[in-house]
Design a protein around this ligand. Structure first.
Ligand SMILES: *Cc1c(COP(=O)(O)O)cnc(C)c1O
Length: 312
């Protein structure tokens, strides 16, 4: 008998380590001084390639694509995109042909991320920045394919992301949940699923991304959520997407030494750095209990030179 798409997805999920997701206590001088409890939800432990939030955001898109008798997935991303490799891996496992439309000209040597995606069987097509912004024209060449928007942005992505909180036995104890914001899909899913008294704080990793709040709000599906329950902070992008400073790298190494917690420089390090600096400014009332979502993405650190991080 043919398996229904959702069971195929469940079968694949059973090969991932979603049961390994842990909640880790984080302590430092500043958590003690500010009387804050910080717990980290380690979604990075799911899988080394389909890591973190990417699994959650992909699952309902994959299920939809599998409803087609000859599924083919097309998606878009940059040269270091965690979404691209995660899609490549999942498509290989589910036996779905896939194409990645990659922003910019094909470089002489492609990134580690793209090498991995290619090895996993993803067909790569490099497209201009203009086409990347509006891929409709390119997509006409793939008229029978199932398209997943950049970063899994959309209702299906948010629906999957809302399942992240099913891995917390008692989400009600947290006064705040803090996560990274790229497209805002994960944050929207978390807002949809969060207890009403818990505030969701997003740390944007892009510079001048003025539309992200509206985009995130477009994915909020619960009618009884009011705008006091969430906020996006824009002060921790370190000058832009995938930009970093020596101070950020030093912070990542200290976090690893003191708490045995690996973070990535594109997303999760900026979130934790944001939490620390907001805490130092007394943003979180004393006694706050904060849950940080470690959304994965550690493979992105491979694009740093080898000597920078003590744990890569
Ligand atoms: C893609 C990604 C994000 C961003 O998620 P959005 O849903 O696009 O906001 C955050 N963290 C990590 C590690 C990611 O790979």
């Amino acid at each position: 008998m043919l398996l229904q798409p959702i069971y195929m997805i469940k079968n694949f999920e059973s090969l991932l380590d979603t049961n390994n997701i842990q909640i880790q206590s984080f302590t430092a001088e500043w958590t003690k001084n500010k009387n804050i409890e910080l717990q980290i939800l380690r979604l990075d432990l799911i899988h080394h390639i389909v890591s973190g939030n990417k699994w959650f955001k992909l699952k309902y898109y994959l299920a939809d694509a599998l409803r087609n008798s000859q599924p083919h997935i097309v998606t878009v991303g940059g040269a270091h995109s965690n979404h691209i490799v995660a899609t490549a891996f999942a498509c290989q496992a589910l036996n779905i042909p896939c194409t990645g439309l990659i922003r910019g000209e094909e470089p002489l040597s492609i990134s580690h991320t793209l090498v991995t995606a290619k090895k996993l069987g993803m067909h790569l097509q490099f497209i201009s920045r203009t086409d990347f912004k509006n891929p409709e024209k390119i997509l006409q060449n793939y008229s029978n394919a199932y398209f997943i928007p950049m970063g899994g942005f959309g209702k299906n992505g948010a629906k999957g992301a809302s399942e992240i909180l099913t891995h917390i036995p008692d989400a009600e104890i947290f006064s705040h949940i803090v996560c990274a914001v790229g497209t805002g899909t994960m944050m929207a899913g978390i807002i949809n699923a969060a207890p009403k008294k818990t505030k969701v704080v997003g740390i944007s990793v892009l510079k001048n991304n003025f539309s992200v709040m509206t985009e995130t709000e477009s994915l909020i599906s619960q009618a009884d959520i009011n705008s006091k329950q969430y906020v996006i902070e824009n002060g921790f992008h370190f000058n832009g997407y995938a930009k970093y400073t020596d101070a950020l790298i030093k912070f990542m190494n200290t976090v690893f030494t003191e708490n045995n917690l690996p973070t990535d420089f594109v997303y999760t390090a900026k979130v934790l750095y944001g939490i620390k600096h907001l805490a130092l400014e007394n943003y979180f009332p004393e006694g706050s209990k904060i849950l940080m979502i470690h959304s994965g993405g550690l493979q992105g650190n491979l694009s740093l030179s080898a000597s920078k991080l003590i744990y890569m």
